[in-house]
Design a binder for this molecule. Structure first.
Ligand code: MRU
Length: 371
């Protein structure tokens, strides 16, 4: 599939235009597809924190657009300082997915470059417009434009990366293959087709019948609420399982496909809590276990899994199910959003640049150099 020709059943989680930034509020799915307008960096950061928008590549793109809407809102004389504050707010919204910090830094680098050259664009120079510094009107205009362009470029590139990951992943799926997956790694999580789920959608589009077991993914049920609807819309044979049923279905599974929020230099990676359990089960049953992730989810600054900060979330996410209390209010809760799977349990990484296999230190380094 190509970005220009995504079928109608594929969700488009975000839309940015001159008239504003709209997201699908993923907390409302599957009951309703509700689009919400986000008009400030604070609103985007809140949407990221509360998982209205979620999935590593999607939150990177959302944060980039968060800076673009903030740049539009800020007065010229507070543009630079306001953007810096907004960048911090967005970067701190969730700690684990590297795409978030990566996207914010990239947009800010663009903004910085615009500031350093005084905000002079070639077109402005040619027209002979003059500016007296970065806070004057022309400079502010150039800065806003630079931020917006960088955000759009990030969305475009993430979409292309998602489609490439999906194509490489689909290559692993023969007709009749049975896949086990967790969380939601479809188009809602990464613009385009997604990552792990994108491989399934691409294989289906190429005419192969693939069956999927989707873990419901407690506590926030991304598997039940998001993955199952995405698969049903695409006409994929999908079966929802309680997370605790993974061991029961594993003997009949051909391949486990999961996403990632951060992949380290040595191949350890963080993904939705429960992924590690699937990796252990896959090893026990000698099943291939692939992590599907674009290059933007690899963090060369992170040596190994112990360097990854794991987000701890509100205990009430576990005490309550869809707003209904299922455990005493005073129950002590451990609620990490992610866990770390060690590289030795991974068969390979499906990236936009091909499938990367062990030894990972070398193959990941080589893959990242291709960029
Ligand atoms: O807490 P979430 O729903 O943002 O967690 C998402 C995941 O763990 C995904 O597997 C990961 O971000 C990869 S998305 C293509």
């Amino acid at each position: 599939m190509t970005a220009a020709r995504l079928p109608g059943f594929v969700f488009r989680p975000m839309r940015y235009s001159r008239s504003g930034f709209l997201i699908i509020d993923q907390r409302r799915l599957p009951a309703r597809v509700e689009r919400v307008r986000l008009s400030s960096a604070a609103a985007v950061a809140r949407a990221i924190r509360t998982l209205a928008v979620r999935g590593a590549p999607s939150i990177g793109v959302a944060a980039a657009y968060g800076l673009a809407v903030e740049a539009r809102r800020l007065p010229d004389n507070h543009l630079r300082s306001g953007l810096k504050r907004a960048a911090e707010l967005l970067r701190d919204a969730r700690p684990t997915a590297v795409n978030l910090a990566w996207a914010v830094e990239r947009v800010m680098a663009e903004a910085q470059a615009k500031t350093e050259d005084g905000g002079w664009r070639n077109e402005d120079r040619k027209r002979g417009k003059r500016g007296s510094g970065p806070e004057d009107k022309i400079a502010a205009h150039a800065l806003r434009l630079g931020v917006e362009r960088a955000a759009r470029a990030i969305e475009r590139e993430e979409t292309e990366r998602s489609l490439a990951v999906s194509r490489h992943g689909a290559g692993l799926l023969g007709s009749g293959a049975t896949v086990l997956t967790i969380c939601n790694t479809g188009a809602l999580a990464a613009p385009g087709l997604g990552t792990a789920l994108g491989a399934v959608l691409e294989a289906r589009a190429e005419g192969r019948d693939v069956r999927v077991f989707a873990c419901e993914t407690r506590p926030l049920l991304q598997g039940a609420r998001l993955t199952i609807p995405e698969l049903l819309r695409a006409g994929v044979d999908a079966t929802l399982i309680a997370d605790s049923a993974a061991a029961s279905v594993m003997p009949g599974v051909d391949v486990v496909l999961v996403g990632a929020d951060r992949v380290c230099r040595n191949g350890d990676f963080a993904n939705k809590v429960g992924t590690l359990g699937l990796a252990v089960l896959a090893r026990h049953w000698h099943k291939p276990f692939y992590c599907c992730a674009p290059a933007s989810t690899f963090d060369p600054a992170c040596a190994c899994g112990t360097d990854i900060v794991i987000e701890q979330r509100d205990p009430d996410e576990v005490r309550l199910v869809q707003g209904r209390r299922v455990a005493p209010a005073r129950a002590r809760v451990f609620n990490p959003a992610f866990d770390v799977t060690p590289a030795r349990l991974v068969t390979g990484f499906v990236t936009d640049r091909g499938v990367v296999r062990p030894p990972f230190r070398r193959s990941i380094r080589r893959m990242l150099r291709q960029g």
